[in-house]
Design a protein around this ligand. Structure first.
Ligand SMILES: Cc1cc2nc3c(=O)[nH]c(=O)nc-3n(C[C@H](O)[C@H](O)[C@H](O)COP(=O)(O)O)c2cc1C
Length: 308
């Protein structure tokens, strides 16, 4: 007889114990501690903050987010209060019931390291490096598309923090595995795949791009097959925990990502469009799936689609 863990949804990513394999994705619910606390109370297994940088940043003028078929298109421009002010919110979350993952960005490897160090000092349980935002020049995917810079950023950050470091990858490259290899060789403890896909929408009446930044990132169900493919390739080539992200809206999506090789999933657009109750719906559905299929733990299904 297989021994049954008391909670079949419990899992672990890079040493972080999770009560279930769902996380709030970065950037979806703003930067206040209250809203992150609500995400935890609503059943998320962990929460990731909005990306925070070295200095306060306003972001782009509206329109910054527009609903398109099968998802959202956004170019918010990384608005955030800067790590100094945000450290207060992190400290406020000291008693959070789930792991707090702080998403960080910078315009150089030194800045990534400075922000990550301050985030961990303030109480972050892990940091997620935003190497993938597709619409800010000099940060995110601009640096995260170059393996040598990914490597330097991860190495610097690992040199100053003693908590798990996740590298969040961009799908807007021909070789996501090459980027991931650079991150893992430099010491990344887990990979988050993926951030948004570069995309745009044009208003046919005004004949102008809708987003003020013109080009933004596509999220939601439209990108799920791309994200599943990325997770599958990463799991096939590398031995490192993967967090799947991109279009997770139902328990079926979460299971699909785990079968592809994800140890956990992040939920973004579905939280924005359907509300925080989505975490309960997903976790209850995953639990029923495990029972129906006879699995004792969610860990048993990670990477199962690679068999044979
Ligand atoms: C409005 C909005 C803001 C976002 N801000 C961030 C951010 O600050 N940092 C980051 O790494 N990803 C950010 N993302 C990307 C999401 O975390 C996620 O990678 C992406 O939306 C795909 O997941 P989804 O389809 O579940 O939304 C943002 C996405 C949206 C829609």
């Amino acid at each position: 007889m297989r021994s049954q863990p008391s909670n079949p949804l419990e899992t672990e990513v890079a040493g972080l114990r999770l009560r279930n394999p769902t996380m709030l994705a970065s950037g979806i619910l703003g930067t206040t501690s209250d809203i992150l606390r609500r995400a935890a109370q609503s059943g998320a297994g962990a929460v990731v903050t909005k990306s925070v940088g070295p200095k306060p940043r306003e972001g782009y003028p509206n329109p910054t987010v527009v609903e398109v078929g099968c998802g959202l298109l956004n170019a918010v421009g990384l608005p955030n209060p800067g790590i100094q002010a945000f450290a207060e919110e992190i400290r406020d979350l000291g008693d959070l019931e789930v792991p707090l993952i702080v998403s960080v960005y910078g315009f150089s490897p030194e800045e990534y390291a400075e922000v990550a160090e301050a985030a961990v000092e303030a109480g972050a349980d892990a940091v997620e490096l935003n190497l993938s935002c597709p619409h800010v020049k000099g940060a995110g995917a601009d640096v995260g598309s170059r393996p040598e810079l990914v490597s330097e950023i991860v190495e610097r950050v690992k040199g100053v923090v003693d908590k798990p470091v996740f590298a969040k990858l961009t799908p807007n490259v021909s070789d996501i595995v090459g980027l991931a290899e650079a991150a893992v060789e430099a010491g990344a403890d887990a990979l988050t795949a993926i951030n948004t896909l570069r995309a745009m929408a044009i208003d046919v009446e005004t004949a102008r791009p809708i987003l003020s930044n013109r080009i933004g990132g596509l999220s939601g169900p439209a990108i799920k097959p791309v994200a599943v493919r990325c997770v599958y390739e990463l799991h096939r080539e590398l031995d490192v925990p993967i967090i799947g992200c991109g279009g997770v809206t139902s328990w079926r999506d979460a299971v699909e990502f785990m079968l592809a090789g994800a140890s956990a999933v992040q939920v973004g657009t579905a939280v924005a469009l359907k509300g925080l109750n989505i975490f309960r719906l997903i976790t209850e559905g995953v639990k029923s799936y495990l029972e129906r299929k006879g699995y004792g733990s969610v860990r048993e299904i990670v990477g199962l689609s690679h068999r044979g």
